[in-house]
Design a protein around this ligand. Sequence first.
Ligand code: ADP
Length: 162
Amino acid sequence: MKTAIYPGSFDPMTLGHLDVIERAASMFDTLTVSVLNNKAKSPLFSVEERVKILQEATGHLSNVHVDSFSGLLIDYCKEKDVHIVIRGLRAVTDFEYELQVAQTNRMLSHGDVDTLFLTTSLEYAYLSSSSVKEIAAFGGDIRQCVPEFMVQRVYDKFKRGE
Ligand code: ADP
């Protein structure tokens, strides 16, 4: 069985993430999309909400599972017996950071965990979770950034904060 883990904050998930998920899911027997529970960040959506959103967005992909984790990614990979991590690359700005993380994970896992990069589809190259939050905070149109069912949920987060 070929399996992989796609970890991330997904706060919130965007169409760029979904594109990476769909492409990775077609390459592996199973793909686990896992929300990082990063206590250092104060997120817009709770981990539980992000898991639920990812489950709804990937309902059409029978080999995709959604989970969450905290702590080191390589420990989580070991626990799941998975050796491949998926990450997306948008531009050179992602590259330096992603390369460092991938090499660190290889070193820490003694070569047991490798990272596979998928380059972004051009139509989503500009998309990031932080720009979605910024646009939504000012009431801008996010319909081209997230799936339809998420649009109101993102706006609602900002209404509650007013
Ligand atoms: P993190 O906080 O771990 O970077 P993100 O949720 O921001 O988590 O991103 C998770 C992964 O998805 C990263 O590898 C990131 O580069 C990738 N990603 C984010 N947005 C896009 C996009 N528009 N196209 C392709 N990959 C993306």
